[in-house]
Design a protein. Structure first.
Length: 235
């Protein structure tokens, strides 16, 4: 593997610097990320992105898959990276990749490095702007998920449906559905979503007659049942 990356001494001030696994994995991702965009199996992998997985990263770094998962979660949380996972692989984007690759014309750089090589050509302003928009909406989506997940009084499945619906992006991929509303009160939206959600109780002879099959329960009724019986219907 040819080429180099630029690391500033300010890395030592990074909040994760004292965690060796974090430094190890982040530098590894910088080395592995694409320096130029390319396609892989019909998927466009852009500059600063890489396709990988926890198992592969574990093999490459010597870290356990559990350590990889923890480190990636931290990197995503503090916005160093953004991850998009499918059932086959994970696409990782290094959000400030150019800050590690753009060559500055100053006396600290060797003469041979004053001109970027062909595979390090700067992308156009339009492409950079588009990439920035994608990164920004991914970050905002993660923030939205974190905020919604704080409402522990609702079932996980309901919160997931809520998130999936309201994070649907527009055609240009610059805004999510919830961002296009004139006003947004998350607490009230969740209350309204919960009130409109119906749950059909499964068959169980152990359940009281009034909640057997054929009876639908609102989220409020479901929570009241849980408080009274210490379990959900059919459990």
């Amino acid at each position: 593997m040819e080429g180099w990356i630029k690391l500033h001494r300010k890395l030592m001030e990074w909040e994760w610097y004292k965690y060796s696994n974090m430094v190890h994995l982040f530098i590894h991702l910088l080395f592995k990320a694409n320096r130029v965009g390319k396609k892989w199996e019909g998927i466009e992998i852009k500059r600063g992105q890489l396709i990988t997985g926890r198992k592969k990263l574990s093999e490459e770094t010597g870290l356990s898959e559990r350590e990889i998962r923890t480190c990636l979660h931290r990197l995503n949380k503090t916005r160093e990276t953004t991850s998009r996972t499918t059932n086959r692989f994970t696409i990782i984007t290094i959000n400030e990749y150019d800050s590690y690759q753009i060559i500055e014309n100053n006396n600290d750089q060797p003469n041979a490095n004053k001109r970027p090589t062909n595979d390090q050509q700067t992308t156009t302003t339009k492409e950079l702007k588009k990439e920035k928009n994608i990164n920004n909406i991914n970050i905002r989506e993660e923030n939205f998920k974190e905020e919604v997940s704080k409402f522990k009084n609702y079932p996980t499945w309901m919160l997931k449906e809520f998130i999936d619906y309201w994070t649907e992006p527009n055609k240009s991929g610059t805004k999510m559905l919830w961002e296009m509303k004139e006003t947004w009160d998350l607490k009230r939206r969740l209350e309204r979503w919960s009130a409109n959600t119906k749950l059909k109780a499964p068959v169980s002879k152990k359940q009281p007659e009034e909640i057997r099959i054929g009876k639908t329960m609102t989220q409020k009724q479901l929570m009241e049942y849980f408080k009274e019986h210490g379990k959900y219907p059919g459990k």
